[in-house]
Design a binder for this molecule. Sequence first.
Ligand SMILES: [Zn+2]
Length: 286
Amino acid sequence: MLTSTTPDPALAPGLWDELVRLVRGGDVCVLTGAGISTESGIPAYRGADGERRVTPMTVSELLRSPAARQRYWARAYTGWPRFAAAEPNDGHRAVARLQDLGLVGTVITQNVDGLHQQAGARDVTELHGSLSYVVCADCGERYAREVVDEWLAGANPHFDREISGQVRPDGDVVLTDEQVAGFRIAACVVCRSDRLKPDVVMFGESVVRPVVDACFEAVDRSRALLVLGSSLMVMSGYRFARHAAREGIPVAAITHGVTRADDLIDVKVDAPLGPTLRRLVEAVAA
Ligand SMILES: [Zn+2]
């Protein structure tokens, strides 16, 4: 593996040239993680050491316990305006630009923030779903998040959602038990169940098979896999790097810190995503 830990890729010309050559060759499949959205103000789940910083709520906890649902939705309601206000950064724009240049095909993202699409990317597969939707666990009805947000606002006219605290990658803000107490959760208007969940793959859930298979096919159609801002610590993303390596498809990565797939990656640049991707676009377009 070629590795650069320098923030300035130009200081490692051999490595940089190899990355440019791979992307310029076209038919690149891109796989992105939380690292591409940190410059938009959405923090990553893990530090550069690969350790998890926060423990997400499991789906079974959410669906089993009314108290867990109250906690989840109070936090999510507080975090939503901040999460929804996040805007694409240079990294997202660069990925869309690489598609415009005809070099990148499918974008597989582990993120639930919709920022690739906001930046103009097409053919985006949201591996872990989208926080823009909410589903009823009992009847399967699907709602736009804005609609559920209005229900929650109506049910909680005195709740202070300006509470300070940083939004987390899953879109919520940590609150104390006192802050959560009294929060009223919303119910599905079709079946009246209050077992509403975000339309994302929560901790304890798996990505559905048709989505996984479509991603494997996208990798198979590609001449290279470019991993952006992911430590690949969870199998949902790691398996695509492993699959590419097995099939002899080169794997490149721009990310911070260690990844689970370091031994599978052919070219790795450890550098900030936005500036590095902007420079990559300039280099391949030249
Ligand atoms: Zn329902």
